[in-house]
Design a protein around this ligand. Structure first.
Ligand code: IVH
Length: 704
């Protein structure tokens, strides 16, 4: 899409714009600034190799927004600012696809593929067929129309003939270009097919966030993607961070006097063309193979890598590569005869719902958990599964004794997909909700606007205290390794842990005498507890388990103060000025910091030596990485990119956005590309591995 020369020019232009920050932007520079932004969107969303920091992109974006606000006549429909749409969508009008959106025939094993190949050879009259094999993306299918190089329309599949016009929502997907130079091929109008996805990370984050609000987790990223495309608030669609792979051209209208371009004569050419024009096509994931045996080997090998991909795929699609052969082979009313899906082993299974137990969570929420006959799904055995709340049970129509379909995809936590009422015998029983807390016996309550029943005896209900301690120590919170469910429950039962601050005054002399606690495990546990004291403030805020405060809001809160106790003087109004903090969240934070028992708990934690200061606002001059500059490239295996970047900042280091002589360390993960090459050429840049990086920060002592 961008040559090396263009890359250099656009990168430099971006830097120049950043340096002129504050000055008015001449109208003549606006087109260049748009190109710079499109370039960085492409680097980030399509090829996943950003060249600038998010904050720098945001500054460039705001610059463009300001220039366009000052003179709206310069706005173009494909300006990066024009993805955002204010207001709500009223409805999604029905639209007819230019060509019906067909489905694919399925295959499940080598024999099915051999059959397909035999039929394909007979129909095409070709001895050995060249196939293009690519992943079968597990999302929601879409159809896009570009006319005169501009995105004209985006639609859902619908019934295959007529779908819903979801153009406004499609524009929120940053890997879908708002314009593309199809005219260079003499193309006046083109219809493209693809799949919208929510990647596994975003899906998990999204599920964690909705669960935090008392809503049930979604069963799979496919439902999440499909649901997101139908939201009437485009801003919310934008927040969902959807992605799109485009893999098929279904219709082309050429400009008068033009011939079908050469590149569109093969399927792999089509993918190449889309990729070259800035679309995310499976250009890097595709494989051209001659003969079905090579196809079979490739499909089976790819299945093994399924879990390593950042998004869900449910199989492979095998396509005859030459379009001329495709045309010769034709299609049925249901599917093309030139393609077949090779389906991977299902991550769904059926089982019987035998009983329901009620668990009390750390906020007192009562969660019904279904016991099922154990089944293996996606490689793990599942014996119980959350059925969330009364409404969910009603929605999914669940009775004790029912046969149910469960799924474990894109998320570690399995979910119920549906029940099979048609298999009922009449012996099934309705699921009765308790009236009192199954642990402490207090009367349960359900506020009008909430879906869950709650035990409000929060400071005395054993289950809630134990769950709060478990949450406090958990991986995404204070990350006290080796301090999981079982130990917390054991220490609680022994009377060593009555509340969270007790973690920091455990009687190790007594623990040493307990069965199963060797000197090494005690030393490790002590070190992990000690290390947790210096976790960044946002982790502590999340760890406190304040209602509605997930990891994202915890970061927003942490950034708003210099010291945790500052929240005791925040008014409700002040809290609501923070990003994404509404009345509900503000109310929850306010009451947490105005509750005597909580203030006492905070006091004890601060006295125990926990980090209450916001170090980001007050960076240490003496951290392990003080004065050093860092940049990450490639895929890290132990840390998320954001975690690694946070470690740099916590330790007094600085992040750079590109390789230059100012860079001290390039941390290279797997599949590092151009940045690594560049860094090797600069003598002063040290290229180090993730493990070496962890050593530098001192964080490696925790991972051993
Ligand atoms: S080709 C006529 N390629 O799978 C062309 N489809 O189960 C038909 N899908 O409806 C589509 N990844 O939504 C094609 N690489 C891929 C795909 C793919 C996912 C979806 C598509 C289709 C469904 C059939």
């Amino acid at each position: 899409m961008f040559t090396n020369e263009q890359t250099k020019i656009l990168q430099q232009a971006g830097k120049n714009f950043l340096e002129t920050a504050g000055k008015a932007l001449p109208v003549s520079s606006v087109a260049l600034l748009r190109d710079v932004l499109r370039f960085h969107e492409y680097r980030y969303y399509v090829i996943n190799d950003p060249l600038i920091a998010d904050a720098e992109y945001d500054r460039l974006y705001k610059m463009l927004e300001k220039a366009e606000e000052a003179d709206p006549s310069i706005i173009t429909p494909d300006s990066p600012t024009q993805r955002v749409s204010k207001g709500l969508i009223k409805d999604f009008p029905k639209v007819q696809h230019l060509v019906p959106m067909l489905s694919l025939d399925n295959s499940y094993n080598a024999e099915d593929l051999i059959d397909f190949d035999r039929r394909a050879r007979e129909l095409s009259g070709v001895e050995e067929i060249e196939y293009c094999v690519e992943p079968k993306f597990d999302g929601a299918s879409i159809s896009l129309i570009y006319e005169n190089d501009l995105l004209l329309r985006g639609a859902t599949r619908g019934d295959g003939v007529v779908g819903d016009d979801i153009t406004t929502n499609i524009r929120q997907i940053r890997s879908v270009p708002l314009s593309a130079k199809f005219s260079q091929y003499g193309i006046q109008q083109i219809e493209i097919r693809g799949e919208v996805l929510m990647n596994k990370n975003n899906f998990k984050e999204y599920n964690d966030a909705i669960e935090e609000q008392g809503l049930p987790r979604l069963a799979n990223p496919r439902n999440a993607a499909a649901g997101s495309l139908r939201i009437k608030d485009p801003k919310e669609v934008s927040r969902r961070n959807l992605e799109a792979f485009l893999y098929h051209v279904s219709d082309v209208t050429l400009q008068p006097g033009h011939q079908q371009p050469e590149i569109l004569k093969t399927h792999d050419g089509t993918l190449q063309m889309l990729w070259d024009m800035g679309f995310r096509s499976p250009e890097k994931e595709k494989k051209l193979l001659k003969g079905i045996n090579a196809v079979i080997d490739h499909c089976l090998a790819f299945e093994k890598q399924r879990d390593d991909l950042p998004y869900e795929i449910d199989g492979m699609v095998v396509k005859v590569n030459k379009l001329e052969l495709q045309e010769r082979m034709g299609m049925t009313t249901h599917h093309p005869r030139w393609a077949i899906a090779f389906k991977f082993k299902a991550r769904q299974a059926t089982s019987k719902l035998t009983a329901v137990e009620f668990q009390v969570g750390r906020t007192g929420a009562i969660t019904p958990v279904a016991k099922i006959d154990p089944v293996t799904v996606g490689g793990v055995t599942v014996g119980s599964i959350s059925v969330h709340n009364e409404e969910y049970i009603k929605d999914k129509d669940l009775l004790i004794g029912d046969t149910i379909l469960i799924e474990r995809s894109g998320d570690v936590i399995p979910q119920v997909v549906k029940s099979f009422p048609e298999l009922r015998t009449g012996d099934e029983k309705t699921i009765e909700f308790p009236v009192t807390c199954p642990v402490c016996g207090s009367l349960l309550e359900k506020p009008e606007d909430e879906a869950v029943w709650r035990c409000n005896n929060s400071n005395n209900c054993e289950a809630q205290i134990v769950e709060r301690i478990i949450h406090f120590a958990s991986k995404d919170a204070m990350d006290i390794r080796g301090f999981g469910d079982a130990i917390v429950k054991k220490f609680y039962a022994m009377g060593y842990l009555k509340n969270v601050p007790d973690i920091y005054r455990l009687p190790f002399d007594k623990i040493r005498t307990m069965e199963g606690f060797g000197e090494k495990s005690i030393t490790n546990l002590q070190a992990a507890i000690e290390a947790s004291k210096s976790q960044p403030l946002h982790r502590l805020i999340y760890a406190l388990g304040i209602r509605y405060i997930g990891e994202t809001t915890a970061k927003v809160l942490a950034n708003a103060v210099l010291h945790l106790n500052d929240f005791t003087s925040f008014s409700l109004e002040r809290l609501q000025e923070l990003e994404d903090v509404g009345p509900k969240v503000a109310g929850s934070v306010y009451s947490f910091f105005h509750n005597d028992q909580n203030l006492q708990l905070l006091n004890e934690l601060e006295n125990a030596g926990l980090q209450f200061k916001n170090l980001k606002k007050d960076l240490p001059a003496t951290g392990n990485l003080s004065g050093k500059t860092f940049l990450f490239t490639g895929t890290l295996s132990k840390l998320k990119r954001t975690e690694a970047e946070a470690l740099v900042e916590q330790n007094g280091g600085k992040l750079l956005s590109g390789v230059s002589s100012k860079l001290n360390y390039l941390v290279a993960g797997e599949d590092a590309g151009s940045k690594l090459e560049k860094a090797k050429k600069i003598a002063t840049v040290q290229v180090i591995s993730e493990t070496e990086f962890l050593k530098l920060t001192g964080a490696d002592t925790l991972t051993s």
